[in-house]
Design a protein around this ligand. Sequence first.
Ligand code: ADP
Length: 620
Amino acid sequence: MAKPASRPILPYYLIAALCLAAALIAGWTPLAGRIDNYHYDWTLRLYPPPEPALESAILEIDDLTLLRYGGARNLRRTLALALDGLAPAKPRAVAIDLILAEESDADQDHVLSAAMSRTPNLILSSDLIANADQWEEPYTLFRPFAQAVGHVHADPDRYDGISREVQLEKAAHRLRRWALALEAFRLARGAPDIIESASDLRIGGLVIPVPRRGNRGRPMFIRYRGHPIPRVSVRQLIEDPATVRRLSGKVVFVGVTSQSQARDRLMTPVSTITPMPGVEIHAHIYETIAQREFLWPAGNVSIVLACLMLAMVTATVFAFLTGWQAYGVGAIQILWAHALPHLLFQSGIIFPLLAPAASAWLSVICCAAWQYSLTRKQLSKSEADRSRYQQAIHFVSHEMRSPLTAIQGSSELMSRYNLSDEKRKQIAQMINSESKRLARMIQAFLDVERLGEGQMELKREPFSARDVVIVCLERARPLAARKRIRLEAGELSADELLGDRELMEYAVYNLLTNAVKYSPPETQVLVTMRRLGERLHLAVRDQGIGMDEKELTRIGTKFYRTTAAEKSGEVGTGIGLSIVNQIVERHGGRIEVSSAPGSGSCFTIIVPLHAAKPAAEVKG
Ligand code: ADP
């Protein structure tokens, strides 16, 4: 595991900031609105309010009532019967959820107005006329008997048409109306009026936290109840007067619930298949106010702050922890984001789900992905380091074996046998030159290693390419002599190169020894050096085992050896050429190889020439 302190932490915060921005943008889209609505409905059903004794009840004009009492045509007479039947219950208020705007059959209107006159605390309804900024007022004959007129304007959600809120205050044509249920509550409490401020409404001792929200008026979330509100149908009331007890002392909402006649049905968070009749929605609004079960939406600033917290905590977790620890805390963050709306709902706060959840999910996934990719990178780097180390071991054992063997053998010769002075001198010289070679080789090897790691700047000195070739030819001669191979120099131009002579010597020597190694006895190895344009072409041509086209594409890859080379019995590791390649590339050049199986190979180093410059400029 990487040490947390050594890891760069800023990227995590940048990633989290981007995720936060994406989550906030996503959180304010219509789709998010729908998801949050859906989640709100679910939460509302999950945590139903307690079921105290309810203050309201519904007196419904249902299908059976309409069937029994003359249908829609006889509605006003039926309503009159209902009001009279209700009187013994002494309701605290009676709210009629029917728009009785126009004049109808005079007889019926007269009967109804008479019944209204006998009904205390009566509230009539008024609605906005569709597409006109005007109220549909109760018929003038009925109006004097109403203690108040409340609006029954529905305010379904703009995304899914579900009724979640009610506008407690609604203005049209310079006339402001309170919601029907609010007026019913005022009358039931015997309050003379509703006192308003920018942040709330007050009725008697009750404060309703509904701030005015510009054009949106004073929306209040309806706390729909899990259990149905008690209902009595008008037919039951008339045919069995004993049922009136169920309405006794209640605030009664009278309205049509008949499937065919009730046009004010709306889907609500607690509706399953059939929409809820308007009269029932009014009763729910009433209970929300009476039971003080207010819900209010969280402010935008607190939503942004919560998302910010989630994203930044995630960034901190991934910046300082790794592996399962980080994933574990990340998972807790996600759970927390999902639990937040539920916890806040218990305190009456409606908190959206999508923005905090998106913020947590996105930041956890992206920070985890970033951490994973970093770990992968570190892993592959350490694997590369390991294989470089192995290569180094191969190189040391392979390349340094021959000088060591020579030194060992010679020193043994000197200690075991009585040699002539001349022979001793010869052997001592050989030991000296081989150990020098060994030292050079070690230096070259270390330089190549450091070159590979980019730790070392290549030396940039002018040197004679011809000198390099001659030195290498001399060194390779004993090797060639053992196989009776003729090591010959052809045309050798006298051009200078700019770079590291030691390394270039290593490269040329490697090509020469390969040519000797992979050629049968009694053949020829020819070295030529020509200037072509601004480049030097240094070619080593042999008459050896050669390679086919497929093999040609692979040589130079570390550890690759051709089958013929493996079978030749020559010791090799397959890393020499890759180092040669690296050296030549560092000199701004490349290697070209032409070869065919059985008919020899030609390796050509092509490097840029050193443009003649004054010595002072060249050093550097
Ligand atoms: P090594 O000689 O230690 O195997 P090198 O990296 O120097 O490693 O060479 C890689 C391979 O390229 C050799 O194993 C051999 O298969 C092939 N090769 C290199 N030079 C020659 C050549 N002159 N003729 C034929 N094959 C060669």
